[in-house]
Design a protein around this ligand. Structure first.
Ligand code: ATP
Ligand code: MG
Length: 535
């Protein structure tokens, strides 16, 4: 399958062999008086804001300080560990602009996970939020703070920016398209996370795709809310790079908090909400009780994990004035590979994550034979595009297993594509439950469970079973005050699925564990179920 859509023309993007992705982003900023008048970022907690002009000056100052003052050179890896902040994108752009390589991590990662990433990525300098500083101490890597809370005597980005008389040009560093720009770690949902090396070309290509989708769905008057994590490819591409090229206003939340999100939408008249499935679910289950004015919303997008079609239908019923669009992508594909562009298509196909974006080719292959399959047949999705990663850092074995010699990325996702080129993700192949020789997709059962009025959240995992191999078990969050029983849940599912897909055990739980990018942490639930079984 080839993408059927062409890139738009609103944003003129030069194609040059030495184009640096950060220079491209800066070149698209509003210019002159407009740059001072237009707000780029607002901190949702403090209301502190930065204009596009200020962001540009900060990037120039920081880039000069890193290059001239601290001796950072092309190819040096800089480790940024911080929750979302209005400074985060400035740091990313400054690092990239001098040909240095950016690596990021979840600030919730433990000290040993951070130490491992420092070693793995070969980081030369850490830029850390003050609260996370202790995680770098044992590594011996030089550390700079993002900002200095009190007179701790440590160097900080904020201080460097304020202290540096604004440089009028960026340090002269030339990159080529295959030079690494970022090492982003995959979410680690299915195992140990891998360092995904993305080049300037990868990020430039993915920006072109973003511009194209923006051409059809957003404008510079838009107000976006940024709670999706900027350390993850989705948030980084959206808010660290892409949306700045469009000149939108971005309200930054340190992290996701449902009530704070509703208040921010109301206060800042947010109209665009890039989100993940649990946020859409929370809007469906709780928004009506919160009493906030959400009439400014026009568009919301979701990706990174499966969106239940029942939840998607319910969302449209409750928020008929809001467009809901799904996208699909991987860290290895520098974010989105598919996107549901038109609201009409999205309504007609609530379980599709859209068509291939321009530059993408796809095939669905038989999991056992590797042979390409026709439309509607389920198999592993393979992708090819200029956005596909260069490699897994220092792991040529994993790279060869994941990207074949023709450049096809094996996504590990079971999917099918219909005759019109719409892509449907069924489940990760690794997460299929094998029951009596049949395959059961947890996402399908979760989707069904979420349609129950007394169930507010759910996750399905495999439990080992001597007779049948594995059985599907559901962890369920009941609505407050509900006395829903295990048997009622089992019967509810059994009434709607083939016998081999039945949920055979149910346990009630307070919350479903999820990663910052909204993915169900099934491996945590599998260990919990083992503990419960033993006790
Ligand atoms: P790891 O590879 O380390 O186990 P991960 O695959 O979760 O972690 P990411 O690169 O963040 O790391 O996520 C990509 C995966 O997310 C895809 O392979 C797919 O399984 C899932 N995904 C992304 N978007 C969607 C979507 N719209 N619907 C269903 N699944 C999605
Ligand atoms: Mg993955």
């Amino acid at each position: 399958y080839r993408s059927l859509v062409r890139l738009g023309t609103k944003h003129e993007i030069p194609t040059k062999p030495d184009l640096n992705v950060a220079h491209l982003v800066l070149s698209q900023f509003p210019q002159g008086d407009l740059a001072e008048a237009r707000i780029a970022f607002v901190d949702a907690a403090t209301d502190k804001s930065l204009s596009y002009g200020e962001v540009r000056r900060s990037v120039y100052s920081l880039a000069s300080a890193l290059f001239h003052g601290l001796g950072v050179r092309k190819g040096d890896v800089l480790f940024l560990l911080s929750p979302n902040s209005i400074l985060f994108p400035t740091i990313c752009l400054a690092v990239l602009s001098i040909g240095a390589v950016l690596t990021t991590a979840n600030p919730l990662n433990t000290e040993s996970e951070i130490a491992k990433q420092v070693r793995d990525s070969g980081a030369k300098l850490a830029i850390s939020a003050p609260e996370e500083l202790h995680k770098f101490v044992s590594t011996g890597v030089p550390i700079m703070l993002t900002y200095c809370p009190s007179n701790s005597g440590m160097l900080s980005v904020e201080e460097l920016i304020e202290g540096c008389s604004c440089s009028l040009e960026l340090p002269q560093v030339t990159v080529v398209q295959s030079d690494p720009a970022a090492i982003l770690y995959s979410s680690g949902t299915t195992g140990v996370s891998k360092g995904v090396v993305l080049t300037h070309q990868n990020l430039i290509s993915t920006l072109k795709l973003l511009f194209w989708s923006v051409d059809v769905s957003a404008s510079s008057d838009d107000v976006f809310l940024a709670f999706i994590p900027m350390f993850h490819v989705y948030g980084l591409v959206f808010f660290g790079l892409g949306m700045l090229c469009v000149g939108v206003k971005i309200i930054v939340m340190q992290k996701f908090d449902f009530q704070a999100m509703l208040l921010a939408i109301q206060k800042h008249k947010v109209n665009n909400l890039p989100a993940v499935p649990p946020v859409i679910l929370a809007l469906v289950k709780y928004a009506s009780k919160a009493g906030c004015d959400l009439s400014s919303l026009q568009r919301t997008g979701t990706g990174a994990a499966p969106l239940s079609k029942e939840v998607s239908r319910e969302f449209r019923k409750m928020f008929p004035w809001v467009e809901l669009r799904q996208g699909y992508g991987l860290t290895e594909s520098s974010a989105a590979a598919t996107f549901l562009v038109s609201e009409r298509d999205a309504k007609a196909r609530p379980d599709s994550c859209g068509q291939l974006l321009p530059t993408f080719c796809a095939k669905v292959v038989d999991i056992d034979t590797g042979k390409p399959l026709p439309p509607q047949k389920k198999g592993e999705l393979w992708l090819k595009s200029t956005t596909i990663m260069k490699e897994y850092l220092g792991n040529s074995e994993a790279t060869t297993l994941t990207v074949d010699s023709d450049g096809w990325l094996k996504t590990g996702d079971l999917s099918y594509i219909d005759e019109s080129g719409f892509v449907y993700i069924v489940e990760r192949i690794k997460e299929l439950i094998k029951h009596n020789g049949y395959q059961v997709a947890p996402a399908e059962l979760e989707s069904l469970l979420l349609s129950h009025p007394l169930i507010v959240d759910a996750a399905v995992i495999p439990v080992e079973d001597e007779a049948t191999g594995q059985i599907p078990m559901a962890y369920v969050v009941r609505a407050a005050g509900s006395e829903l029983s295990e048997d009622q849940v089992i019967q509810f599912v059994a009434g709607q699925v083939a016998p081999y897909k039945k949920v055979r055990r149910v346990s009630f739980i307070e919350t479903i564990p999820r990663s910052a990018a909204g993915k169900i942490l099934r491996k945590d639930l599998v260990s919990l179920s083992r503990q419960q079984l033993v006790s």
